[in-house]
Design a protein around this ligand. Structure first.
Ligand code: NAD
Length: 425
């Protein structure tokens, strides 16, 4: 299964605009000056390149590639590379800002970046993909670097593409530089624990939220939308902590069993069934809309953006929503959910376990040592829990939702670091 570095997918309801609305609201609460507002908003660097690639039919095709460094105030910038026909500079710019806030909220010493190439990986051969990735790497030689800008996979790219990037960059530098990119195959210096890291962070966030709501995991029930990388590991780990998983869903439909669903068996079923739950018989078939409205304690949207909207938010019965996906709740649904008293652990906090273990991959590469899985899990659990506590305290202090509090924590961190460092003016 390819994994995706935290990043939302743009669609008609535009989760990126939802992010900007929340950013603006947090800036207002913090009372940030207009100058600082633009320092935080305008990307530090934007690069567009033309990439001529010889296709399998012998013809040369020119692709457009981008890299946007939103901020390097906290450290080298970090963010995935997306291969998708819809990639454009505006989207990459917004996704780069999203990475800045995500890294800041979990206290990782990184700024935010994002890259992309407008191409269709489904229509390209492995050879064409490799030539494109290598051409992109060469064109970004003075942008990328373990101390400057560290890419990772995103939509349409995975460990294979990261291996090509690392190889091309290393050849150009005349030495092996595995810390230039994360999300590599294990043998090239990838980290143990990365595959389940995001789901694991969702589990830690869910338990932290349940503790605040005084929900006992052994008596609690949950529904998980999406049974891919994030959803299946979140469900499995929550079940291991005692939570009864009554509802699950994927692209084939949703499944409900009040007595609980055995997640390990269900993962085995999915793996043997072309990656979907189609035909799953251990639960009743319901719709994805019904799954969102189930009478459970915890709801984990872990499929895609904009699934909780002003149209269905009123139907939600869960006491706690933990956002495994990026942008699953549109800004217009926030008020409805808040007025119902539902606690939401927002995406930039709840799904940051993935970027946390990517950070660990970079740390291990730089010290030339491999940590055990146990050490990685303990450290990422602690970072996720600390981040949750910080966001929770901030929400109490300002009397705002956890979502707004997460933006306040992130923006405050970047703004105050900028002030200490001093600008050019
Ligand atoms: P994935 O492709 O492994 O899984 C997606 C799952 O959602 C699949 O089970 C798919 O069938 C299901 N799905 C798709 N459309 C659906 C629909 N309309 N209704 C119900 N289910 C549907 O993807 P993933 O890596 O698990 O990512 C899921 C979300 O989490 C995305 O928003 C992604 O950006 C975000 N995310 C992922 C990571 C990571 O490390 N993988 C990190 C942070 C955020």
């Amino acid at each position: 299964m390819t994994y995706i570095e935290p990043a939302p997918i743009k669609d008609k309801e535009n989760p990126l605009e939802s992010m900007m609305q929340r950013f603006d609201a947090a800036v207002k609460i913090l009372g940030i000056s207009e100058e600082m507002y633009y320092i935080l908003k305008v990307p530090a660097r934007q690069v567009t390149v033309g990439l001529p690639v010889t296709m399998d039919n012998g013809q040369i095709k020119v692709f457009e590639g981008y890299r946007v460094i939103h901020s390097t105030i906290l450290g080298p910038s970090k963010g995935g590379i997306r291969f998708d026909p819809a990639v454009n500079i505006d989207e990459v710019r917004a996704l780069a800002a999203w990475m800045t806030w995500k890294c800041a909220v979990v206290d990782i010493p990184y700024g935010g970046a994002k890259g992309g190439i407008a191409c269709n990986p489904r229509e390209m051969s492995a050879g064409e993909m490799e030539r494109l990735m290598r051409a992109y790497t060469i064109s970004m030689l003075d942008i990328f670097g373990p101390d400057k800008d560290i890419p990772a996979p995103d939509m349409g790219t995975g460990p294979r593409e990261m291996a090509w990037l690392m190889d091309e960059y290393s050849k150009a530098k005349g030495m092996t530089v595995n810390a230039v990119v994360t999300g590599k195959p294990l043998v090239l210096g990838g980290s143990l624990g990365r595959t389940e890291a995001t789901g694991r962070g969702v589990m830690v966030s869910a338990l932290a939220g349940m503790e605040k709501l005084r929900l006992n995991p052994y008596r609690a029930t949950a529904a998980v939308q999406g049974f891919g990388n994030v959803g299946s590991f979140a469900a499995k780990l929550l079940q291991e902590k005692g939570v009864t998983i009554c509802g699950l869903s994927d692209i084939s439909g949703a499944y409900y069993n009040a007595r609980g669903i055995d997640i390990e068996k269900t993962m085995a079923y999915r793996n043997a069934n072309n990656g979907t739950l189609d035909g799953f018989k251990e639960a009743d078939l319901i719709t994805n809309e019904e799954l969102l409205a189930l009478n459970v304690d915890v709801l984990v949207p872990a499929a895609k953006e904009d699934v909780i909207t002003h149209e269905n938010a009123a139907n939600i019965q869960a006491k706690l929503i933990v956002e495994g996906a990026n942008g699953p709740t549109s800004a217009s649904a926030d008020d409805i959910i808040n007025s119902k008293g539902i606690m939401v652990v927002p995406d930039i906090l709840a799904n940051a376990g993935g970027v946390t273990v990517s950070y660990f991959e970079w740390v291990q590469n730089r010290i030339g040592y491999k940590w055990t899985l146990d050490r990685i899990n303990r450290r990422s659990d602690r970072m996720m829990k600390d981040a949750f506590d910080h966001v929770f305290e901030t929400s109490q202090k300002h009397g705002v939702s956890l979502r707004l509090a997460a933006y306040i924590v992130a923006i405050d961190k970047v703004a105050s670091t900028y002030k200490f460092r001093g600008g050019y003016g």
